[in-house]
Structures are given as C-alpha cells and as structure tokens.
Design a protein around this ligand. Sequence first.
Ligand SMILES: Nc1ncnc2c1ncn2[C@@H]1O[C@H](COP(=O)(O)OP(=O)(O)OP(=O)(O)O)[C@@H](O)[C@H]1O
Length: 293
Amino acid sequence: MIKITRLMLRDVLKKYKSHKVIDHVSLKIEDSGIWALVGPNGVGKTTLLNCICNIIPINSGKIELLGESNKNFKVFEKISYLQDNTILFNYLTGYDHLKYVCDSHRLPKRRIQEVVEYVGMENYLHKKVGTYSLGMKQHLLVAISIVNRPKLLFMDEPLNGLDPSSSILMRKILFDLVEQGTTVILSSHNLAEIDRVTNQIIFIKDGKLIEIDRNEYTETRYVFKLSNQVLANKLLLDSGYTIQQEKDAIIVTIGEEDLNDCIQIIQNNGVTILDLQKEVTGSEKLYTKFFGK
Ligand SMILES: Nc1ncnc2c1ncn2[C@@H]1O[C@H](COP(=O)(O)OP(=O)(O)OP(=O)(O)O)[C@@H](O)[C@H]1O
C-alpha cells in the first residue's frame, strides 16, 4: 500500500512587511499521531496553521496536505481545523453550526447525533452559542472539527481553558483519533497537558521549526506520602538518592528501575507508604532550554 504524506511544507516563507514569521521552513509528517506546535506568544503558531490551511497566503514555498496542494479545496473534505471560538456565531445554536458543517460535507444528519453524544453536549445543543460558557464553546468546536472524521486535524490551542473533566475528555478524543489513524497537529502553551498527550514536539523559534523527540528529555519523578517523612528522607539521602522535600511529601527523581529499591529502603525501616504517584515531566525543561524562563 502506498503511504500518503500527511503534511509537507517545502521552503515556506510567510512575512508581514519585512518580518519573516515563517522563514523558509520545511517539514514532513508521514504518520498518524499527535504533534505539538509550541512557542511563546506571537511566535507564529496561528500564522503557520492559517498558512497550512490556506486561510492566509504564503509568500513562497509549497504546502501539501494528504499528498495534494493545500489550494485544492477538495482535500479539505478529509481535513479539519479547530480555530478559536471567534469563528462561532452567537445568534446560532450548536445544532445550527453542526448542521451547516454536516451539509457542506454532505454527511447524513445522524452524524450530528453521534458527535453530540460523543462530546457530551446534548443539554445545550439547541441553545444559542451566545449563552455558552468557554468550555461549552470548546466542546462545540471539537464536535465541528471531528464531524467529518478527518485524516488530518489541526487544532489551535485546544487544551486552553478546559476544566479537569473537559481535559480528560479532550485527551480521550485525541487518543481515539490517533487510534482511528488521524494525524493531529495542535498548538499549545499548556506544557503539562502536552506531556500527557505526545512526545512529538515542534518548537517554533525565530521563524524556524525545531523537531524534538521528548523521550530524550523525559524525567520521571515519584511523589511519596509517608508515615514518617523525616526518617524516609534521611534513609534515601544516605542511600545516595536525590530528594526534594515538599510540605507533606517527598519527591524522588529516579528511573523505574530504582523504584523498587527506594520502596524497600523505606518499608524495611518501618515507614509506611501512604500514597505513591508517578509524574513525567519533559516539555517544560525543553521549553526553558529553547526559550529561556
Ligand atoms: N495580519 C497581520 N499583520 C501584521 N502582522 C501580523 C498579522 N498577523 C500576525 N502578525 C504578527 O505575526 C506574528 C505571529 O503571530 P501569531 O498570531 O501567528 O502568533 P502565535 O504564536 O499564534 O501567538 P499566540 O500564542 O499569542 O496566539 C506576531 O508578531 C504578530 O504580530
């Protein structure tokens, strides 16, 4: 089977007057999965996504989506772009928006019901968008962007402003999409959320793209809550472990291979482990490396 390249940028230049926001950039993504586009405010994330989706023109270079030029309107039947909520109309309902998108993709009406149930927006589907909270608007945007079962999905800041249950839902949606073979390219500032959804990070800096595999930067830490924190701290320090003391927990930065040893040291000396959590960090450290504090 011939594999179709999902996204291809060749020597793309986008400038405003002399300001090169995207400076002769090339990129190729061939697989399904999640890629995070990361960089400080104003660095060009939205501009890049808008250029890719042919919402704004580029000055030079070439962009292909699913093996076709991004100027070929037809290719967008299998592509979606979740923009910010300014694209929504306050005087229309969620249903109106979904009906319009379904009709333009020539999808049956039952597809609306499917995505509405999947995203969990039954209760406010028929209310005007002007009455929606930020989170409700975000759910509608997600529903709109997945209604056509995209092979390629661009998302501008989809992880912003979500409450914990919406964040969990968003992660589930992202993982489901990848399982169905979708390539997702999302921009985000939320580094903790990025760490939870992908290892594939593209930093954007000075108009250039820097592709990173976060696996190389990942750090695992274990947060212990203990019956005798002072004693456990001393025991682990004496054994040569690096400890960070918190008010009601100690954090040990170790790989999985050392976890058992730590547990043994603690438990063999009569200290009870009340709680143990694993934390994986990576993007924040990387971000600081590239962009400073
Ligand atoms: N229409 C425009 N005319 C002139 N400059 C523009 C225009 N649109 C964007 N810019 C500039 O291009 C740069 C990139 O903006 P962009 O909105 O893409 O950044 P961003 O990384 O998405 O920022 P944020 O994280 O704040 O959303 C900024 O310096 C911005 O001022």
